[in-house]
Design a protein around this ligand. Structure first.
Ligand code: CA
Length: 227
């Protein structure tokens, strides 16, 4: 039974999520204060952490960084902010995924399942090399020109999916289905956010792409920039 820690200050949300996720077979614990949540997340042995970002006394992103500084446990962030810059900074701080409030327990459960699946899938062996980009699928590590990239599990999976098909234009729908396992939609913005985050980590931009090229309304491809 996967264990989940919910760090959420709003009692109504906390209790409802605990009930609904328990009904789905998760072992759920909750905590109402961010600082206690960080402590439990770090000292406990949870499979997934669900972290609310809005706190009266502590920046949720800061709480995430505190957890990340000591633990690799997957973190799904629940946020009321849908501003892209905020979402990128949360992913940058090490979130594996996010949900925008208000969200349903079903939606959150789907994100949790996806995160758990990625964690258990991480045993595929082999390496992918495209020019200076090298992905170690076994260790889940990526380097660019021998510099180690700082990627979340999802960003790594996205990069691996693209790098495994160099030159091929891949639709966002396919990425959502294959990387996010959401064949029936999900927000295009999710892909956009991860792509801009990957670009930043690769030291490139949409205006000056090297590895990652997008064609608006069609898809994304990863190319060997040296050819
Ligand atoms: Ca809150």
């Amino acid at each position: 039974m996967p264990s989940i820690l919910i760090i959420e200050d709003e009692q109504r949300i906390r209790e409802s999520l605990a009930t609904r996720l328990s009904e789905r077979g998760y072992d759920v614990q909750t905590v109402a204060r961010a600082i206690d949540g960080v402590e439990q997340a770090v000292s406990g042995d949870f499979d997934v952490i669900v972290l609310d970002l809005g706190w009266p006394d502590l920046d949720g992103t800061e709480a995430l960084r505190m957890i990340r500084a000591v633990k690799q446990v997957p973190v799904v962030v629940a946020t009321a902010r849908d501003d892209e810059a905020d979402i990128i900074s949360v992913l940058d701080a090490g979130a594996d995924d996010y949900v925008i409030k208000p969200f349903s327990a079903d939606h959150l459960a789907a994100r949790i399942r996806a995160v758990l699946r990625r964690t258990s899938d991480a045993s595929e062996e082999g390496t992918i090399t495209v020019a200076g980009l090298r992905l170690d699928l076994d260790a889940h590590e990526a380097t660019l020109d021998d510099r180690e990239l700082d990627l979340t599990a999802r960003a790594f999976d996205l990069l691996a999916y693209l790098a495994n098909r160099p030159g091929k234009l891949i639709s966002k729908r396919e990425l959502l289905a294959e990387v996010w396992r959401q064949p029936y939609g999900g927000a295009d913005k999710t892909v956009d956010v991860h792509i801009s985050w990957l670009r930043k980590e690769l030291g490139e931009s949409a205006a000056e792409p090297r590895y990652i090229h997008t064609r608006r309304g069609v898809g994304i491809r990863l190319v060997d920039p040296t050819t």
